[in-house]
Design a protein around this ligand. Structure first.
Ligand SMILES: [Zn+2]
Length: 240
């Protein structure tokens, strides 16, 4: 069975041969927003582990709980979700995230709607990150035949839309300000992963073992390896 994530890191392998600038900087506070359990580990566990070891704070938001993907059509979605949330918690602890939030959206039905954007703006205004890492929403079908999962696209688009302009606009979701005291916040940069247009690469040679252990924590999913010693990103500085 072809798993929807089976080719995600192929973008990484392709990127290694491209001209990528080594990225030595790091975010101070990084919010990682992903569609599914294990997306974060495959895409950027090494970078996050490295940055946390160097002093960054990182939080992870997982929009779905992996409740819609199994070889058996009769699998219980609630059981799947419970298993994959437990595995994701274990992986996030290995990587060094300070917190992990599940939005409990149904897998396969993620949509960049107002409700999802409000949830993400709440996370942004609560944590006040300087950077957000998420799926590159511009990838629909890559030249090598990989169809990007619709949840990845919708998640990436929602995270980008939440970052700018919504998080910085007091009149976007005003109840967050009025009722929850969550003031507007400006996000400075985006790290888009599984991109067709990566610009920088983070050297994760020293974090490869941690990345492999974090991927292996997702025992209910088909085995995967950590892959290359760099993680590529489209790094985008946002206009204020
Ligand atoms: Zn995924």
């Amino acid at each position: 069975m072809l798993h929807h994530d089976a080719v995600g890191p192929r973008h990484g392998r392709a990127a290694v041969s491209a001209v990528l600038r080594p990225h030595e900087g790091r975010p101070q506070r990084l919010l990682v927003v992903v569609a599914h359990p294990r997306d974060a580990e495959l895409a950027l566990a090494g970078s996050v582990a490295r940055w946390v070891a160097e002093g960054s704070l990182a939080r992870l938001v997982c929009c779905t709980s992996g409740d819609g993907r199994a070889a058996d059509a009769g699998a219980d979605p609630l059981e799947l979700a419970a298993t994959r949330e437990r595995e994701q918690r274990e992986a996030a602890a290995l990587v060094g995230y300070g917190s992990l939030t599940f939005l409990h959206r149904p897998e396969g039905a993620l949509a960049n709607d107002l409700a999802l954007r409000e949830q993400l703006v709440r996370e942004i205004r609560s944590f006040r990150p300087d950077a957000i890492a998420t799926h590159d929403p511009r990838v629909i079908v890559s030249d090598d035949g990989y169809v990007n999962h619709v949840d990845h696209r919708e998640c990436g688009a929602a995270a980008v839309d939440a970052a700018a302009p919504a998080a910085a606009n007091a009149m976007a979701f005003p109840s967050l300000v009025r009722s929850e005291g969550l003031k507007p916040h400006v996000v400075s940069r985006l790290y888009l992963f599984w991109s067709e247009r990566p610009r920088v690469a983070v050297d994760i040679s020293d974090q490869l073992e941690t990345k492999q252990r974090a991927i292996a924590a997702h025992a209910s999913q088909a085995p995967r390896t950590a892959g290359e010693t760099v993680e590529p990103f489209a790094l985008i500085e946002l206009r204020s």
